[in-house]
Design a protein around this ligand. Structure first.
Ligand SMILES: [Zn+2]
Length: 286
């Protein structure tokens, strides 16, 4: 493939990109400046919409959303997202009146958990299910669209969260810049993304092709995600992998977990498959 088909880095905007092989037939490029690995020729908006519609139904996501909704109806909360709920909501407590925005909120399981902890929570999502859930099941406001298209007030939110969203974006740098305009100065940006630094295979046949292009377009490790924050107006607070696959499940069975971690370390798998990151919005111009 010739170099003309590469694009400027969507993390930092520079043109210093080199080929980085391919995945499932999609050519990848690496930025030599910020190190972000990304798909060189992502599908356009209409193609992506079509791809997502198919994956959403066929990939079982729709079924898992229905299950979440049933739990919220029955229990007023949801067990889904245990790790993110525990890690974020136990670590960051809202002051009175603090507003939180979740981008890619789905049917709102995290929004409900955040509201239960005292946040004034709102969501953004493209799906109709999200709107229907907010209208009829839990009443947490959800804006229909993307961060680019929704009409939200600048400098409003104390926290903006997005779980497993940044790996899907054609322009992750632009997304962060937009997020920053919505946050209060010093506001928190919190996300999780798949960890490219983990040795966990990208493609597991049984789980389907959801973690490869064209569903995932960006491949982060600690270094490139940290750099992405720095280059787009944020001060990284922590960017860290889950310690292992096992700890992801939130098990408290320490001896078993320790043994499992040792086994994984023997085959070079010392980092879990997700990165959890926290960054603060810088005040003033970048
Ligand atoms: Zn770059």
């Amino acid at each position: 493939m010739d170099s003309l088909k590469m694009r400027d880095c969507p993390g930092c905007g520079c043109a210093k990109v080199v080929m980085e092989g391919s995945l499932m037939g999609w050519p990848l490029q690496r930025c030599t400046s910020c190190r972000l690995v990304t798909v060189s020729n992502p599908p356009d908006e209409a193609q992506l919409q079509d791809i997502y519609n198919k994956v959403y139904v066929r990939g079982g996501l729709y079924q898992s959303h229905l299950k979440e909704l049933e739990e919220i109806r029955a229990l007023g909360t949801s067990r889904q997202g245990f790790y993110r709920n525990q890690v974020f909501l136990k670590r960051f407590r809202p002051a009175k009146g603090d507003r939180l925005l979740e981008v890619g909120c789905g049917v709102g399981a995290f929004l409900v958990a955040a509201r239960n902890e005292g946040w004034l929570a709102e969501g953004v999502d493209l799906s109709e299910e999200a709107l229907q859930a907010s209208a009829s099941v839990h009443g947490v406001p959800v804006h229909h669209g993307t961060l680019d298209t929704v009409n939200l007030t600048h400098g409003t939110y104390a926290a903006l969260v997005c779980w497993e969203v940044m790996e899907h974006l054609v322009q992750p740098g632009r997304f962060l810049a937009r997020a920053r305009t919505l946050l209060l100065p010093g506001g928190l940006f919190i996300c999780s993304v798949p960890n490219e630094g983990s040795k966990v295979p990208r493609y597991v046949e049984k789980l389907g092709a959801a973690s490869v292009p064209p569903i995932h377009l960006n491949f982060f490790d600690c270094q490139s995600l940290t750099r992405l924050f720095e280059l787009n107006g944020f001060i990284p607070v922590s960017v860290a992998p889950q310690k292992s696959l096992w700890s992801m499940a939130g098990r408290s069975d320490h001896m078993v977990r320790w043994f499992f971690d040792q086994c994984l370390a023997l085959v070079g798998m010392t980092e879990g498959p997700k990165l959890f990151a926290v960054a603060r919005s810088k005040s003033g111009d970048v």
